[in-house]
Design a protein around this ligand. Structure first.
Ligand code: N2P
Length: 361
């Protein structure tokens, strides 16, 4: 029931987006600069907001929101790189933001417009990927783990090796995400998920190609749905997406494998050329309200960077006590952020192209 409700809510959100000025993959129209009565164009992941928060913002500020979704970091980058089609707020993760800063794709925030940053937990402030939070504020964070169907596996999993076990031939989904999936394989092979060593990157490529028969599909941000439909039995998946799916399907599970995994902080930033910078800053500040942030986290089951929300008891205890959502220190010790690798990114792009070509043949 609970899950049905979630999907009705997401369906409504989709409908609202579809009926509004822009729809998925189209280009937002430029609107006026004043905030009242104007339209805020947001570009975020799907299943990554509590829709009531958008409604509240629209009512409070007397504005409209156009809400588009992307399904991978690479898709976000590809959409913005040729020039911002009109978005005001985007949600890149840590390493992607750093790349966007390097390439001049995002603009500095007016810190005086975002007083709610005082609510943030210190480890999400003044980070190596955005010193001084000059360009971004944290939104939510999470891990990449294995999402699986326990009926299919016959018991709990604890290692990335499961994805490559011949037992699951043709039953595995792999996230269509260059740094995410290559990082996972590198980490499993004992390397840094951000290595710039060509030999290591090529080993990860060859490893994936060797296990081609296990992989049923590359999946862009819908792995949890394919699991739910029994299209696949295992996949590397974002934590909160699995916990949302688990509300519907009691056979689904999420685990942070014993080898460790990658952790990410997704950020709110303003792309260069944003038509409504002031409104975008109002929105970012609004999201950092402890109550608003908590409403989002409690709905999507990702980690909250909002310390006040946690200390005021606004985050559901069930999530806070879940070690796969808020990992304890011994698990945190095995989590690694993906770093921006600069020019070495071409090695990843090349390896990924070769993986895709091998799978296509
Ligand atoms: C939401 C995925 C968000 C997490 N579907 C990716 N960093």
């Amino acid at each position: 029931m609970q899950f049905l409700k979630r999907w009705v809510i997401y369906a409504c959100l989709f409908l609202v987006a579809a009926l509004s000025v822009i729809s998925c993959n189209s280009t937002p129209q430029s609107t006026t600069v004043s905030t009242q009565g104007s339209t805020l164009n947001i570009y975020n992941w799907s299943t990554y907001i509590a829709p009531e928060v958008l409604e509240e913002f629209q009512k409070t500020y007397n504005v409209k929101i156009n809400y588009d979704n992307f399904d991978s970091e690479d898709a976000l980058y590809a959409k913005l790189k040729p020039g911002n089609p009109g978005y005001d707020v985007i949600f890149p993760s840590d390493y992607m933001l750093r790349r966007m800063i390097r390439e001049g794709m995002v603009i500095p925030l007016d810190q005086s417009k975002i007083p709610n940053k005082k609510h943030l937990e210190s480890k999400f402030v003044d980070t190596p990927y955005d010193p001084g939070n000059r360009y971004s504020m944290p939104y939510q964070w999470g891990t990449m783990g294995i999402g699986y169907n326990i009926k299919a596996t016959g018991g709990p999993l604890d290692s990335w090796s499961a994805l490559f076990d011949a037992k699951y031939r043709g039953r595995v989904g792999l996230m269509d995400e260059i740094r995410g999936t290559m990082g996972m394989v590198l980490l499993y092979l004992g390397y840094s998920p951000s290595t710039t060593n060509p030999g290591e990157i090529n080993q990860a490529r060859d490893f994936l190609i060797r296990h081609k028969d296990n992989i049923k599909a590359f999946v862009a941000d819908t792995g949890q749905e394919l699991l739910n439909q029994r299209e696949i039995d295992l996949t590397n998946e974002w934590s909160g997406d699995m916990f949302q799916a688990m509300e519907e399907n009691p056979d689904l599970r999420y685990v942070i494998p014993k080898e460790g995994t990658t952790v990410y902080t997704d950020l709110m930033a303003i792309p260069k050329g944003a038509p409504h910078k002031e409104l975008a800053e109002q929105f970012i500040n609004f999201i950092l309200e402890p109550k608003v942030g908590a409403t989002i986290s409690n709905f999507i089951h990702y980690g909250s960077p909002n310390l006040t929300a946690r200390t005021q008891g606004l985050i559901d205890a069930k999530d806070l006590e879940n070690p796969a959502i808020y990992p304890p220190p011994e698990i945190w010790a095995k989590l690694k952020y993906v770093d921006d690798v600069g020019p070495a990114l071409t090695l990843y792009d090349q390896a990924w192209t070769e993986v895709k070509a091998a799978f296509a043949s």
